[in-house]
Design a protein around this ligand. Sequence first.
Ligand SMILES: *Cc1c(COP(=O)(O)O)cnc(C)c1O
Length: 357
Amino acid sequence: MEEIATGFKTTTITNSRLSEIDFDNIAFGREFSDHMFIADFKNGQWSEGEIMPYQPISFGPSMSALHYGQAIFEGMKAFRSEENGEDILLFRPCENARRFNKSAVRMCMPEVPEELFINALKELVDLDRAWVPKNEGGSLYMRPFMFATDEFIGMKPSESYRFCIFTCPVGAYYAEPVRVKLERQYIRSAAGGTGAAKCAGNYAGSMYPARLAQEKGYHQLMWTDAKEHKYIEESGTMNLMFIINNRIITAPTSDTILPGITRKSILQLAREWGYQVEERYLAVDELVEALKIGTLQEAFGVGTAATIAHIALIHAEGTDFNLPAIEQREFSNRAKKELRNIQRGIVADKYGWIESI
Ligand SMILES: *Cc1c(COP(=O)(O)O)cnc(C)c1O
């Protein structure tokens, strides 16, 4: 191991694992790049942070996060420029940094200075830039996260935390159109709850209902509001959009909806292209009616992992409704392509969404 001069103390690996990776067959989230970043919060301040080889981390069994769940994360992607094959392009990283801090505040955790978040991300990706896939559909998934590290089992917010980032090369995700089940028994989030935060507990609570749906052959759930189960909220890791009578309908961001960066970007494109956008709750009844009379033109999930995941089938009120053929979906196909082309530097980024390293 040798130390090299960068902004952060950096310890590099001696033998890269890069040559062991089969980039044409990468399982999502199971291969990790050579390095990771860590910074610790203690006595009211953040350490400088350092980059080191990806490795296990060790804490006592009384570590607070394991008991009370103060844990948050982000998910974002870096792309290799298709224009020159060299530049690595980050998509709206400042949005993730800001959202991370909103999650932190909700979970009673310290904020990570935006500059620390962004610099750490950029240096880590720069060091492991060879890990950013070159193949079609591939990208480098980046996982910044923070958790409570006090070794203390009293029920109170931890006083110490670790902020960490690692990255994984990934292939195309959810390439297949998804089958979703409308969920009207369990809930993901409730008004006043933590649904708008990317905190670990939200996902833990949704796994059991998601598994029940998966056992019946559905990929994902379409959550409804906690109070009446009358309105559609979002999916497990994606915001949802519907096109009925040429209007794009998506739930407004609120304390029950995760404010997706893909959602925000797609809505901006839609408005620019002259589509009518309605940020409002779509009632289950309205969806079912549209499915029955055939006015639902498109339905899709939007999120970093899949960008746009077309919905092929919706299970609602005891019926499997098949949606229009994917090729007929004008907006979602166009938006998926446009976003892909912006993210990979193929079309000019007139929005200032891309940061190149
Ligand atoms: C992360 C996430 C999204 C999508 O957000 P992006 O910023 O677009 O990746 C949507 N819903 C939930 C519940 C999420 O966790």
